[in-house]
Design a protein around this ligand. Structure first.
Ligand code: HEM
Length: 114
């Protein structure tokens, strides 16, 4: 697949993942749980697959620090939507943790380019 497609799908899936995660954190109504977890599940898989595609196409090493940090941020952020429903009383903290994870994953992309 063309590299540009990976880039676009990676960022688009991140938008979908972040928007639906924060919708769950803002309003963890059990009526929306199934739909939210389905959408975030698909989006997070797409983030991983497109990220892995770029690692392969651009011949980055899976052992490089920035990739490992991004994988950890991805893992942590992907858990937030589910936690929003199970630990609704922690929504404030979870929202901040989510922002921190997104920021760290973002910084990794640009730090490694310096
Ligand atoms: C919360 C998780 C993540 C965030 C917020 C994130 C964010 C981003 C952003 C904003 C870009 C720049 C896109 C562009 O330049 O077009 C990017 C690129 C990239 N991401 Fe992610 N990403 C995440 C997870 C992952 C994961 C899990 C992987 C690996 C499996 C990954 C691998 C990559 C690679 C290889 C690039 C291309 C870097 C380059 O162009 O030099 N990302 N990511």
């Amino acid at each position: 697949m063309k590299l540009e497609i990976y880039h676009i799908l990676h960022v688009f899936a991140l938008f979908v993942l972040a928007v639906h995660t924060y919708m769950a954190l803002a309003n963890p109504d059990p009526a929306n749980r199934k739909r939210t977890l389905m959408i975030t599940g698909i989006a997070t898989l797409l983030v991983l697959v497109t990220g892995a595609g770029m690692v392969t196409v651009m011949a980055f090493s899976w052992a490089s620090g920035w990739i490992i940090v991004k994988l950890l941020c991805w893992l942590g952020f992907s858990a937030l939507a589910g936690m929003a429903y199970r630990k609704a009383h922690l929504r404030g903290v979870l929202s901040l943790v989510g922002l921190a994870l997104l920021l760290v994953a973002l910084v990794m992309v640009y730090i490694k380019r310096v």
